[in-house]
Design a binder for this molecule. Structure first.
Ligand code: G6P
Length: 590
């Protein structure tokens, strides 16, 4: 999946497109490119590498013209090569296209087209400009061509096309992938995400599946696939553009971890009636099923525990990509709780569509107000944590936990009590940052050559072991296992040798003594033991101190130093924490 942008205005387009792409880079950063129209010709530059590298090498911002398209890529079809980078052209070089998504029937289309067309990439995308080429050569306008192309495509897409013979116009289409139009006087944007144009305008219109957009500098028109014009009006994007900048920090990841006290405060700002309403919906449902991917799934695992503790019953947590395989057991009495920072993860959207087909009710916990998931849900609680740009989820996880606690207290009809108790969460987290900052840097440097880490814990803390291990894998490229402490002796203990780091999350709660027994077992085999606890123990080679809190809240305070540890481990290993290799923040392909 990738980030796409189209711009048409009165001034030079390329510098604007370049700056928009900087805010889309979290979606993909293995290649980048821009195409503009000038003097009746397409001008194109693209290459592999981060946007900054491609810019330094090719001076993308010097492309001439007042209209253009840009792309940052996360490879799906075809390796990371300059030819596979977008924009893609037709044979004549008059049409350029950027695309996000997957054209599932591209092989059939390509074999049908290849006798007449010259394909130079291995991408699925390249069928689009070649299909367009045939329609435009037949005399269709760019928008007519795009409508005809959409009828040929299967799969998911958001794409933007330009045509050198209609040089004042950009045309886009959406099916399954996000697309938003930004409106300012004399300037129009069509992009994957409003963050890309927020600095220039907060007026936006969401494009829905099956819609086609035609933008000139003065006007935007919307059509359906039957060419009927649609009436749509703009709304205001609530975020401020500077929330999506580093604001002096070395990286977004560090900034976002250090923002967590504020994140907790903002996550607590919920409409109490809505929280109670959702709690009642949860209690009334015949079954509640959680779905999520990556970090959001770990938050859901904690949600399951919280719901069970407060009387919401036992609920399965299903990885979103596996969910459609369980669809037989979903019906109109099922409540699906979908958890997602972006609200655009393809696996989640697909699972929610499958659940909706079975008439299930959808509640979601989402950060992006403008997201597809939010718009597909019956009820939504927002994380309110502002833009999260670092590819690894950090502050959004903290916000997700807070919301699950609130829902848990609401299920137990104790929402006010929960709000009172959680009012202290920002200071727990801030204290934690202060207490552990320097020690974690030293620890990360000491362990920077280690290649295997084991995170162990029991009960609710087990999910933190999983999430903390995921953080280390994602940004420090280290093998890490997060496992129930009791399970270590059933296999993984064979891998522990002298100096192997074992991180035990063992606050002084109902899991404390049993987890410590497992720690002793690892220590006896030579493990280097790092204890994350409010109580120091001799068996710890290194103690990461967390505050003493009520049992149920330990996950909230344990994850914070472990996120920081992963961050410092990335730095100690010379890695860029904001752009881990092979990953992207918003995975909009299945
Ligand atoms: C990607 C990101 C992860 C994230 C997951 C789910 O894999 O790299 O950090 O946890 O998607 O994202 P979501 O936006 O649905 O929470």
């Amino acid at each position: 999946m990738c980030g796409i942008i189209g711009f048409v205005g009165e001034e030079q387009a390329a510098p604007i497109i370049l700056s928009s792409l900087e805010n889309l880079e979290y979606r993909g950063y293995d290649s980048a490119g821009i195409a503009t129209i000038s003097d009746g010709k397409i001008c194109l530059k693209k290459d592999v590498g981060h946007l900054e590298e491609v810019q330094q090498k090719h001076h993308l911002d010097e492309l001439p013209g007042v209209l253009g398209i840009g792309h940052v890529r996360w490879a799906t079809h075809g390796g990371v090569t300059a030819n596979n980078a977008h924009p893609h052209l037709d044979c004549s070089g008059n049409i350029a296209v950027v695309h996000n998504g997957i054209i599932e029937n591209y092989r059939e289309l390509r074999s049908r087209l290849k006798s007449k067309h010259n394909f130079i990439s291995q991408t699925d995308t390249e069928v689009i400009p070649h299909l367009l080429e045939d329609y435009l050569n037949d005399g269709a306008s760019l928008e007519e061509g795009v409508i005809r192309v959409t009828k040929q495509l299967q799969g998911s897409y958001a794409f933007v096309a330009i045509y050198s013979r209609e040089p004042g116009k950009i045309v886009a289409a959406r099916q399954g992938n996000s697309l938003i139009v930004g409106l300012a006087d004399g300037r129009k944007f069509i992009a994957s995400d409003s963050l890309s144009f927020l600095k220039m305008t907060d007026q936006a219109i969401f494009v829905e599946d099956g819609e086609i957009v035609v933008a000139t500098k003065d006007k935007v028109r919307f059509f359906n696939q039957d060419s009927l014009e649609l009436e749509k009006s703009p709304g205001k994007i609530d975020w401020k553009w500077d929330e999506a900048t580093k604001q002096g920090y070395d990286s977004f990841t560090l900034k976002e971890i250090l923002e967590e006290p504020e994140t907790a405060r903002r996550a607590l700002m919920q409409d109490k009636n809505l929280v109670m309403d959702m709690a009642l919906g949860i209690l009334r449902a015949r079954q509640v099923v959680f779905i999520g991917c990556g970090t959001s799934r770990y938050a859901a695992l904690l949600g399951r525990y919280v719901f069970s503790k407060f009387g919401g019953g036992f609920s399965p947590v299903i990885i979103a990509s596996e969910y459609p395989y369980f669809s037989e057991s979903i019906d109109s009495n099922t409540l699906v709780m979908a958890v997602s920072q972006s609200g655009e993860t393809a696996d989640i959207l697909e699972a929610v569509r499958a659940a909706k087909r079975k008439s299930a009710t959808i509640f979601s916990i989402v950060n992006r107000v403008d997201s597809s998931l939010a718009r597909m849900s019956n009820k939504v609680l927002y994380l309110n944590c502002g833009p999260e740009i670092g590819v690894v989820a950090t502050k959004s996880f903290v916000a997700q936990l807070i919301i699950f606690y609130l829902l848990g207290f609401a299920i137990g009809n104790k929402l006010d009590e929960g709000l009172d108790k959680l009012a202290a969460a920002p200071s727990w987290i801030a204290g934690n940052h202060r207490e552990n900052g320097k020690g974690l840097i030293k620890l990360a440097w000491k362990l920077r050559k280690r290649k295997d880490f084991y995170y162990i814990a029991r009960g609710t803390n087990f999910h933190i072991a999983g999430e903390a291990a995921l953080k280390l894998k994602e940004i420090a490229y280290v093998h890490a296992d997060g496992m129930p402490a009791g399970e270590l002796k059933h296999g993984s203990l064979a891998l522990i040798e002298k100096g192997t780091p074992v991180i035990a999350i063992c606050p002084e709660d109902y899991t404390f003594h049993e987890t410590l027994s497992n720690v002793e077992e690892a220590k006896a085999r030579g493990a280097f033991v790092i204890g994350v606890s409010d109580r120091r123990e001799d068996v710890f080679d290194k103690w990461i101190k967390i505050p003493k809190v009520e049992e149920i809240f330990y996950p909230l305070v344990s994850i914070v130093p472990l996120q920081l540890f992963a961050y410092h481990s990335a730095i100690a290993r010379g890695l860029d924490p904001d752009k881990p290799r092979n990953l992207a923040k918003s995975v909009t392909v299945k």
